[in-house]
Design a protein around this ligand. Structure first.
Ligand SMILES: *[C@@H]1O[C@H](CO)[C@@H](O)[C@H](O)[C@H]1NC(C)=O
Ligand SMILES: *[C@@H]1O[C@H](CO)[C@@H](O)[C@H](O)[C@H]1NC(C)=O
Ligand SMILES: *[C@@H]1O[C@H](CO)[C@@H](O)[C@H](O)[C@H]1NC(C)=O
Ligand SMILES: *[C@@H]1O[C@H](CO)[C@@H](O)[C@H](O)[C@H]1NC(C)=O
Ligand SMILES: *[C@@H]1O[C@H](CO)[C@@H](O)[C@H](O)[C@H]1NC(C)=O
Length: 302
């Protein structure tokens, strides 16, 4: 068994902070009562994680987060108070039926979690109400995300862009399972140095598929993605099913926001199985010259 119990870093980024009361009310009606919010005993099926996840000791102290509950006043102070008070072995409780407003620089909301042996569970909704948001798991080992549904659709006239469901970066032994992702970019994406990752029993709708990469974007960087098992997936309304995106062997600028190439790396031991695709443009796609449409350059620097 691995030594650290679990280290989670979950970053949820949103732009704009206009929250709507009705969206919350609709969701709150489905939030489980507190009795159901015991820490779940998660089991894995059909596969076990690459390495066992050590059990986490019970907590004996509880700190309840206060809230203005008016959808306007920043509640970050209350959240921090509870986190500080219950640090090192406590339980921070966001009471059911309340809203917690978070304001960061008036334009962007970050929800960043880190630490050792962190468990987040219960019901509720993180409403980004923005056009750019994703769950970014970085520098983490032994993490599990179970039964987390993600909806990355635009509810305004602006199209939702870069709404990746899950991005895993510099992370090993992570499991993502039993989830529905409704979005417009990668459903799950294995970024540089994602290793020993299990993704199973997922429904992805409207995405760019489950992809490795992009890799090799930066000169001098070594990007490794290996030991990935993706099992029992329903993929619908997507551009791709399984995909690998690798930048060309030389650095080149294509468009303003997509430039790179020339990095090195390795992709090894990637298994996709039991994959059901419905209305998917490309079941399997390997892009070896990502971000570059000059074929001569691609052939010259594969
Ligand atoms: C969790 O479930 C497993 C089997 O699914 C069981 O062996 C274990 O005792 C359970 N742990 C707790 C704390 O209930
Ligand atoms: C936040 O943005 C709103 C709308 O643009 C503005 O009215 C308000 O003054 C800003 N608040 C702060 C603290 O900058
Ligand atoms: C899948 O996405 C489409 C929009 O592209 C939506 O109409 C449909 O309800 C979604 N399906 C599920 C099961 O959520
Ligand atoms: C990935 O891991 C390799 C080998 O440990 C290391 O050389 C490289 O710097 C890492 N890359 C990133 C992006 O962290
Ligand atoms: C695919 O999208 C269409 C609408 O664009 C939706 O009706 C359908 O339910 C989606 N399929 C699935 C399996 O979600």
């Amino acid at each position: 068994m691995r030594s650290p119990i679990s280290i989670a870093a979950l970053l949820l980024q949103t732009s704009s902070v206009i929250a709507s009361r009705s969206a919350y009310e609709e969701y709150l009606s489905g939030v489980p009562s507190e009795k159901e919010c015991e820490r779940p005993n998660i089991s894995f099926a059909p596969n076990q994680p690459w390495a066992p996840i050590a059990p986490s000791p019970q907590r004996h102290k509880t700190c309840q987060v206060e809230s203005h509950d008016d959808m306007k006043t920043d509640d970050s102070g209350y959240i921090l108070d509870a986190l500080h008070e219950c640090n090192n072995g406590g339980r921070v409780l966001f009471p059911a039926g309340k809203t917690f407003k978070q304001i960061y620089q008036n334009v962007t909301t970050f929800f960043q979690l880190g630490g050792t042996d962190v468990n987040v569970y219960g019901g509720g909704m993180l409403d980004g109400n923005g056009q750019v948001w994703y769950n970014f798991v970085a520098n983490s080992i032994n993490v599990v995300f179970d039964s987390l549904d993600i909806s990355g659709y635009s509810q305004s006239k602006n199209e939702a862009k870069n709404t990746d469901g899950w991005d895993l970066y510099r992370t090993s032994n992570a499991g993502i399972q039993n989830s529905v992702v409704n979005n417009g970019d990668d459903c799950v994406s294995f970024k540089p140095n994602a290793t020993e990752i299990l993704v199973q029993n997922m429904h992805c709708n409207g995405s760019h598929g489950i992809s490795v990469g992009s890799l090799g974007q930066y000169v001098g960087e070594v990007d490794i993605v290996q030991k990935i098992l993706v099992d029992t997936i329903a993929m619908s309304n997507a551009s791709d099913g399984a995909r690998i995106k690798v930048w060309p062997g030389s650095s080149a600028a294509l468009s303003g926001d997509l430039q790179g190439g020339g990095g090195s790396g390795r992709v090894r031991n990637i298994v996709y199985r039991n994959y059901e695709i419905m209305n998917v443009d490309y079941a399997i796609e390997v892009t070896q010259c990502y971000g570059q449409d000059d074929i001569t350059l691609c052939n010259e620097y594969p």
